[in-house]
Design a protein. Structure first.
Lengths: 113, 112
């Protein structure tokens, strides 16, 4: 079945450091890929998405590129801020019209000033 | 404001005492679902509904029931809760054909 493997956390970085959170997936066909962010005490919010191979999703300085050849969707940010501290989830939707999301285990990110 | 609301936000109960967690969305979305979040497991889908009176099992439906009598509401029912249902629960909705799922703030349930 479909699955998402996500970099284990927690991850602690200093402010302005470079961030990478690895995500790889297993799916048949052509899934859509997402990164969701969960701030403390809140629900998940869509951070960015990519719906086909080689698409790059971006938002709030975060980027991720849909790499079909390596089945990956790594999240990156060039300079993190304290306000980026949250839990990040990689997820896939198997195919258009099937709204179920398959999630990775989540990565807790803490940014220290 | 577009939102998904859940109540209660926190609940402590005892084994076997029936409970309902409510979920409501104001975006006229057809599709709604329930997930549970557990450490090391991410979020897993419990049940989903594609429209009024249309519900189906997700990946971990055992011990749960749902109903969809109105488009905006999708309650999660635990008829006889057990300690292994202690978890953080999220309701989500999406307009079919789009990419953005909207999540509620979560309900933290503890079953003693």
């Amino acid at each position: 079945g479909d699955s998402v493997t996500q970099m284990e956390g927690p991850v602690t970085l200093s402010e302005e450091a470079f961030l990478t959170i690895n995500c790889t997936y297993t799916a048949t066909g052509y899934p859509s890929l997402f990164w969701y962010v969960q701030y403390p005490g809140e629900g998940l919010q869509l951070l960015l998405k990519a719906t086909k191979a080689d698409d790059k999703g971006s938002n709030k300085g975060f980027e991720a590129t849909y790499r079909k050849e390596t089945t990956s969707f790594h999240l990156e940010k060039g300079s993190v801020q304290v306000s980026d501290s949250a839990v990040y989830f990689c997820a896939l939707r198997a195919h258009f019209g099937n709204e179920k999301l398959t999630f990775g285990t989540g990565t807790r990110l803490t940014i220290i000033p | 404001e577009a939102q998904v609301t859940q109540n209660p936000r926190y609940l402590i109960t005892v084994t076997g005492k029936k409970l309902t967690v409510t979920c409501s969305q104001n975006m006229n979305h057809e599709y709604m679902s329930w997930y549970r979040q557990d450490p090391g497991l991410g979020l897993r889908q419990i049940y989903y509904s594609m429209n009024v009176e249309v519900t189906d099992k997700g990946d971990v439906p055992e011990g749960y029931k749902v109903s969809r009598k109105e488009k905006r509401n999708f309650p999660l029912i635990l008829e006889s809760p057990s300690p292994n249902q202690t978890s953080l629960y999220f309701c989500a909705s999406i307009l079919q054909g789009t990419d953005t799922q909207y999540f509620g703030p979560g309900t933290r349930l503890t079953v003693l």
